[in-house]
Design a protein. Structure first.
Length: 376
């Protein structure tokens, strides 16, 4: 960097600079949702690491738009039973710790209550949403599992670690392809959906960001587990196995990952930066915490270098990230085919890509401080 600043600081500054005179970022203030929640969490983590209280207060200012004095959450409805709505709640733990205000604790209890009553598959897996019955998506594991693991640790609810482990291991068992080791985007227990394999119930392809959600879910959940929990080692083993599968499909030249992970040479496929950022984050964090071995660190380093060189641009307006898949899902009109994933809109600077990039930057900085070059 020309000014010597770390990528995380430059990127956080870019986001914060987009706020209006009221100190609010229009996209992050618009609604309680998983993408704003992830961005606010990333900015607050930068503030913690680099002792910048402005970034903590930036997060708090936006959270206070939604968390009311009685602990209720504006715009949130428990009966929606939507795992996406849990994600923003991850910010509540830092708010509890720093402010001591009871409303944040009450809001966390509300979100935990949703998960206690959340609709499930017959073997206990959380539906992704009430409107997607008997479906588990990889996305949902990131939205809910790290929150529930941190909640379990914060409030001494040890039985909830069993729940977190069950969710993470169940979806891996249902969606993992034994040939590649990669995970399909979704699983329909009922096998009723048009996108579902009539035998396995799985969707058809390995979408980069879906696998990224799951990799981050593992990295962020295991962090909270007691070292003597009987499933902790299994979760670390699953994490290790998944990262090995990802390294096998990592693009040799750029170090990045394709939108459809295992079909890099196929026409229309492209290197996608939100999923790549998620893999960098998960592998760097896993290496730093000792869950993953040297190949994961090397893969993260190569990918980060390729990401910055190929798809990150800086100018007077700050840091810009290109080649972001705007969004993808599974439904009647989102059929999970290869053609579907590659035709979704590709954008620049969308928060769905910038937030994982910011997390990746921060975790690379953490890893390289904790594991200096040469200690491999």
């Amino acid at each position: 960097m020309k000014d010597g600043k770390q990528w995380s600081l430059r990127t956080a500054e870019t986001i914060v600079s987009q706020a209006g005179s009221d100190g609010l970022h229009p996209e992050l203030a618009a609604r309680w949702a998983y993408v704003p929640g992830m961005m606010l969490m990333a900015i607050a983590r930068v503030g913690v690491k680099y002792a910048n209280e402005d970034y903590y207060h930036f997060m708090k200012r936006h959270m206070d738009l939604f968390v009311q004095e009685d602990g209720s959450i504006r715009g949130y409805r428990i009966e929606e039973y939507n795992l996406d709505q849990i994600n923003q709640g991850k910010n509540l733990f830092l708010l509890m710790e720093r402010s001591g205000e009871r409303r944040y604790e009450q809001a966390a209890h509300t979100l935990a209550a949703q998960l206690a009553g959340h609709p499930r598959t017959t073997d206990g897996g959380f539906w992704h949403k009430k409107v997607y019955p008997f479906q588990m998506w990889l996305d949902g594991l990131y939205m809910s599992s790290p929150f529930l693991a941190q909640y379990a640790r914060t409030f001494g609810r040890g039985e909830l670690f069993d729940e977190v482990a069950h969710q993470l291991l169940l979806v891996e068992r249902r969606t993992r392809d034994p040939r590649t080791g990669l995970l399909y985007h979704g699983w329909d227990e009922s096998k009723e959906q048009a996108w579902a394999n009539p035998v396995t119930g799985c969707s058809q392809n390995f979408w980069s960001r879906a696998c990224g959600w799951y990799a981050m879910a593992l990295a962020d959940s295991i962090e909270h587990f007691p070292v003597d929990h009987p499933k902790r080692g299994t979760l670390i083993g699953v994490f290790h196995r998944m990262c090995n599968a990802l390294i096998r499909v990592q693009d040799a030249e750029s170090g990045l990952w394709y939108q459809v992970l295992d079909q890099g040479s196929r026409a229309g496929n492209y290197l996608e930066t939100s999923g790549s950022s998620m893999f960098i984050y998960a592998m760097a964090k896993g290496a730093r915490l000792g869950y993953l071995e040297q190949p994961a660190r090397l893969a993260a380093e190569k990918a980060f270098q390729g990401l910055v060189e190929r798809f990150v641009e800086t100018n007077d307006a700050g840091v810009h990230l290109h080649s972001i898949c705007h969004g993808a899902g599974l439904s009647d009109d989102r059929n999970g085919t290869y053609d579907y994933y590659i035709r979704e809109k590709v954008v620049t600077d969308a928060p769905i890509g910038v937030a994982p990039f910011l997390l990746a930057c921060l975790e690379m900085e953490n890893m390289n401080e904790h594991l200096p070059f040469g200690r491999r």
